[in-house]
Design a protein around this ligand. Structure first.
Ligand code: NAP
Length: 212
């Protein structure tokens, strides 16, 4: 598959490019600044395009078979950027994917996004933004997968997961393992139109996804 990656220069995004380089898939990495391109091509992107989720990215996506949304406004910006990027940016990208005929859409959401009201107070705005984007994707008609990781850590991945369909306990997961999940999702059709939470655990990635 030719995979369009939003957030390719991010920490999960860069792990994902390394994983894709060793797969049958090809990555089109979207970056905000052209100078980010060469390094991502070295990591594994087949091509890079410049785009911003706060704008229309339709042209940049044309010709791809699938989208992986691994972007996020991050912890150093305020709630307005969470709305602009994590919610509205994701929604705009979902609509653009539909408009240009892309059928498959995988989004990095967050554990707790199913029920923001019951999440930790300081995360509620963020979880609501993720929830709203997830709901838009579910109702889009695209073949979606919503991946909801627990707290992201920088440890080396173990390749082993605890996957659940319900309310998680905010367990942790290395970013490298989230990237492995995103890649495996592309190759596992039973993940289509599924939402699941993921943290570190005991089950190898492919086996954990097959059990969904
Ligand atoms: P990250 O390193 O901060 O990467 C985020 C990426 O999004 C960056 O590449 C950034 O671009 C890009 N981005 C931000 N605004 C953008 C815009 N307007 N247009 C295009 N790209 C934009 O984040 P991460 O650690 O890889 O995590 C990413 C995902 O995990 C997010 O969806 C986040 O909500 C989710 N998540 C996080 C946690 C957690 O514990 N932190 C838990 C669950 C889920 P630049 O490189 O140009 O800055």
């Amino acid at each position: 598959m030719h995979v369009f990656i939003a957030g390719a220069n991010g920490q999960i995004g860069q792990h994902l490019l390394r994983e894709i380089a060793n797969s049958d898939h090809e990555a089109r990495a979207m970056v905000r600044h052209p100078e980010q391109g060469p390094e991502l091509q070295q990591l594994g992107a087949t091509e890079t395009v410049v785009g911003d989720l706060e704008q229309d990215c339709s042209e940049a996506m044309k010709g791809c078979d699938a989208v992986i949304f691994a972007a996020g406004s991050g912890p150093h910006t305020g709630p307005d950027k969470t709305t602009d990027v994590d919610q509205d940016g994701a929604i705009r990208l979902i609509d653009s994917a539909k408009a240009v005929g892309i059928k498959r859409f995988v989004i990095v959401s967050s554990m707790g996004a199913e029920d923001p009201e019951n999440g930790p107070e300081k995360l509620r705005h963020y979880l609501q933004a993720k929830h709203n984007a997830d709901e838009h994707l579910k109702n889009s008609g695209l073949n979606y997968t919503i991946v909801r990781p627990g707290q992201l850590i920088d440890d080396e991945g173990t390749g082993k997961l605890a996957v659940s369909a319900g309310q998680g306990d905010f367990g942790k997961i290395p970013r490298q393992d989230v990237a492995r999940v995103l890649l495996a999702v592309l190759d596992t059709d039973t993940t289509i139109n599924r939402v699941f939470e993921v943290a570190s655990g005991d089950t190898p990635v492919a086996e954990a996804l097959a059990k969904l």
